[in-house]
Ligand binder design. Sequence first.
Ligand code: 2PG
Ligand code: MG
Length: 404
Amino acid sequence: MIIEEVCHRIVFDSRGNETVEAEVFTTSGYGSAIAPAGASVGKNEAVSADVTRLPEISKKIREELIGLDASDQEGIDSILREIDGTDNFSNIGGNFAIATSLAVAKSAANSLGIPLFTYIGGCFSSTLPYPLGNVIGGGAHAPGSTDIQEFLVIPVGAETFFEAVKTNVLVHKTLKRLFSDNNLFSAKGDEGAWAVQITDDRAFEILQNAIDEVTDETGVEVRMGIDVAASTLWNGEEYVYRNARRNSEDQITYISELAERYNLLYIEDPLHEDDYDGFAELTSMVDCMVCGDDIFTTNTERIKKGIEVGAGNTVLIKPNQIGTLTDTFQAVKLARDNGYSVVISHRSGETTDDSISHLSVAFNSELIKTGVVGGERVAKLNELVRIEEMLESPEMVSLDRWLK
Ligand code: 2PG
Ligand code: MG
């Protein structure tokens, strides 16, 4: 499977922003991938290059990759790093790097005639993640709505991936009715979550009602989670909410109280991206998943530091935060080897690219964060429905560690 051609083009993402698509042709196969983009971007993430530099960047990549074996993922990813020459892809761009890296993997899988999840994870990859669905959102994804960026649901009682998606959808639909019953106007944020002009307290309350209704109706247990995206609330001294200001200690107390009151299963970015000690303190106080997104940025150096101090117990994995599939794999491996759970995640700016669905199965991840509705979110969920059907004996991943 020698690489014969590599091309890049500019396409559009779900926010209408321009992004990069890469295509890789081998002697016997083809793969393509598109880079997503975030709105609440961690300051340690790989940097995206301006897409207008496409001719120059594409030429550099093409010249180095043509003639190589597409199955040498590590070798190709290290060449991408060499062409770039910086730590954070600030030369050729993390967007060009990740699209190319994933397209190479897809072309290799296609050359072998096997699905991407089997190519990456091997023949024993057969567990499906639970979908972590964003149902009410604000922050950088819907200014004017809630302060907490994402109110999430996890259908822990679902026995199949299909049932899990159906349950999340039902919560999303139920919320629409509850908002309207309460004379609240609801629109949708960047990830298809409801954007409503309500306080965080009210959002928790209405979401709890929606979950209770859905569980009564379906018998499926649903748990709540949040992505505070606390770096976006942090002004350098305090967390600034619309009707409150909290210093670090107050923030830790506040989040731990929320965890208790709403029986949270999942808390992402409760503290700002440099507060390793705060993360560690909160992690020791609660017994749910405490997940690092902006703090870790899928970066092994940063995850290592987290492991050393006990910051978090779960890692959010976003391939475009780090720039290559090999780096993504290493982040997952480091997290796993140290007892951290793994959540594969979309970005708020997405396309119909479904690579992360395959990665979630290949990496045996506990959760996949994708949103609940909208073509670019459903593309990931539908691909997992197909994968579930494709597998001989599909099973949902075990969340026993987190369920009491
Ligand atoms: C997050 C993500 C995805 P963004 O903060 O976890 O929900 O948002 O892609 O804007 O960083
Ligand atoms: Mg986040």
